[in-house]
Design a protein around this ligand. Structure first.
Ligand code: CTP
Ligand code: MG
Length: 226
């Protein structure tokens, strides 16, 4: 039997750069919250066994949302994104999942993930049997700068923005995140530190992460244009 697929949607952040009275995952985008869009991206994907959502301990909003027609379990997240992801992975390991099941980790703050990109990532990872992530090549020229001065220009022909989903097998990912500690800023980096070369699957710039209020305006425009 093919390994099952699980989704982890870290949503325990406070959205400090976004500001406002509610965390950004609960901001309104086209009539519903950002995270409702994010969860809906996974509705109808074949072979998904369930979704785990790490939340802040004092979250009072998630329970009122409209959820997709999939088993959704919540856990308490941690102080960092990696700790929130680990809390969800631990719940899966101690609960319904097997060590070699696949896990797709996708930021709650990326509500515009396209189904074609998700399908492409799943197909690549299940074929290479290691895992990978969505990303896009960097478009801008990149400078090294400190103290208000430019010290150099970076070659960017092989530089990519890392996005999510990032898809790896549950056990290897959990062990890699634990071993990497706070240094790893995403799942792929933890796997890289464990000696694995994740696949980079080209996605769409539409799959933006809402960090500031300006990003929400861009997301609104993209949604309206679809
Ligand atoms: N996240 C999490 N647990 C944390 C920190 C972040 O689950 N302790 C989640 C966020 O909710 C978000 C995703 O990880 O969906 C990406 O993180 P980021 O964009 O940095 O969100 P925040 O940490 O909430 O924002 P900020 O860094 O501006 O405070
Ligand atoms: Mg953050």
């Amino acid at each position: 039997m093919r390994n099952r697929r699980w989704v982890v949607i870290p949503a325990a952040g406070r959205g400090e750069r976004f500001g406002g009275s509610l965390p950004k995952q609960y901001a309104k985008l086209g009539g519903r919250t950002v995270i409702e869009h994010t969860l809906a991206c996974f509705a109808g994907v074949p072979g998904l066994a369930g979704i785990v959502v790490p939340l802040a301990a004092d979250d009072k909003i998630f329970g009122k949302l409209t959820l997709p027609n999939l088993p959704v379990h919540t856990t308490i997240g941690g102080a960092t994104r990696a700790q929130s992801v680990l809390a969800a992975l631990e719940w899966l390991q101690n609960g319904p999942a097997a060590d070699q099941d696949w896990v797709l980790v996708h930021d709650a703050a990326r509500p515009l993930l396209a189904r074609a990109d998700l399908d492409a990532l799943i197909a690549e990872c299940e074929q290479n049997d290691v895992g990978g992530l969505l990303g896009v090549p960097v478009a801008d020229t990149l400078k090294r700068s400190s103290g208000g001065q430019v010290h150099g220009t970076m070659r960017r022909d092989d530089v990519w923005h890392a996005m999510t989903p990032q898809m790896f097998k549950l056990g290897p990912l959990e062990r890699a995140l634990r071993a990497a500690g706070p240094e790893a800023t995403d799942e792929a980096m933890a796997m890289e530190m464990a000696g694995v070369a994740p696949a980079m699957v080209r996605g769409s710039t539409d799959n933006l992460k809402i960090t500031t209020v300006g990003d929400l305006l861009v997301a609104d425009a993209i949604l309206a244009a679809r």
